[in-house]
Design a protein around this ligand. Structure first.
Ligand SMILES: Cc1ncc(COP(=O)(O)O)c(C=O)c1O
Length: 294
């Protein structure tokens, strides 16, 4: 028999099968909430401080008031992982504005709700990390940052990513590349994009209207540590098609090569040497750093 599993709701550990969201939770009614997806490797929560910092930046941007500070949030996340014996896996933290029917936030009862749960999550089979992903550019555009800034990791915005992912699925692609309203390269539906050309790395700037991924920032640091130049220019599809190598980054997907875009091979259509080097370095880092669970 498997061990009992727990979710944490507003600091309280509850058996997972009894963990429910209230009917009038604003996250449920309007997608009025925030989230973080976090990974645990080898009994340590990877980049926990960075995820919690991003959650609080998102809360500030949306004026969502949390009842607990970052230290207590970190403690609750670690407590939940520990209660579940979560040595390797994924943690989902969801914050919603609170409970109450109607849009007006002044009618909400109490403060934000915080839901924390643990799961096993493998986004892609192992072969895709070895052979690379097929990607298509989707017609669903990124929301413009003057409407919803995608740096805010808010739940409601993700309907757009879900539509984009469904579009990529219809083409049998592993991921969908999303463009900005102006047609510049933004990000994939759940990952950031990196190009390598003549030994140098480029990735779109966060201010263009993408999520500033924590894996993205980690990979930029790793690349710079290897002496590889990294810049954040405006990127077009032309740059993608003519890159020597392309890879995607995200907490869930980790670092994954992308070898075929819109019917074109990238380079020779195989994961390249710099991508492989960064995948290996990222794996090493995830195994050796993080906030201890136990
Ligand atoms: C739209 C989008 N872009 C990029 C990322 C990658 O971000 P991170 O590396 O922080 O997981 C994610 C994952 O959360 C995402 O949802």
């Amino acid at each position: 028999m498997s061990e009992p599993q727990f979710a944490c709701i507003n600091g309280e550990l509850i058996p997972k099968e009894k963990a429910f969201v209230p009917l009038y939770d604003h996250g449920m009614l309007y997608g009025d909430g925030l989230f973080e997806g976090i990974r645990v490797y080898n009994n340590r929560v990877f980049k926990l401080d960075e995820h919690v910092a991003r959650l609080y930046f998102s809360a500030k941007a949306l004026n969502i008031e949390l009842a607990i500070d970052k230290t207590a949030m970190i403690a609750d996340i670690v407590k939940t992982a520990k209660a579940n014996g979560h040595v390797n896996g994924y943690i989902r933290v969801t914050v919603t504005r609170g409970e109450g029917l109607g849009l007006d936030p002044k009618h909400l009862k109490g403060k934000a709700n915080v839901y924390i749960s643990c799961e096993q999550l493998a986004l892609y089979p192992k072969e895709m990390y070895e052979n690379g992903l097929i990607v298509v550019t989707v017609s669903t555009r990124l929301p413009s940052p003057d409407v919803i800034d995608p740096r805010v990791k808010c739940t409601g915005k993700y309907i757009n990513n879900i539509m984009a992912k469904a579009e990529a699925n219809r083409y049998g692609a592993g991921e969908g590349l999303m463009l900005t309203r102006e047609g510049y390269v933004g990000e994939a539906t759940g990952d950031n994009i990196f190009l390598i050309k003549n030994g140098a790395i480029t990735t779109p700037p966060a201010s263009i209207g993408i999520l500033q991924g924590i894996t993205r920032d980690t990979v930029i640091d790793l690349a710079r540590g290897f002496g590889i130049a990294v810049s954040e220019p405006i990127i077009t599809q032309y740059d993608v098609y003519n890159a020597d190598e392309v890879f995607l980054t995200g907490t869930a997907a980790e670092v994954i090569p992308a070898v075929h875009f819109d019917g074109r091979d990238i380079g020779d259509g195989k994961p390249g040497p710099i991508t492989r080097k960064l995948i290996a370095a990222y794996r090493d880092l995830t195994q050796s750093t993080g906030t201890p669970v136990a």
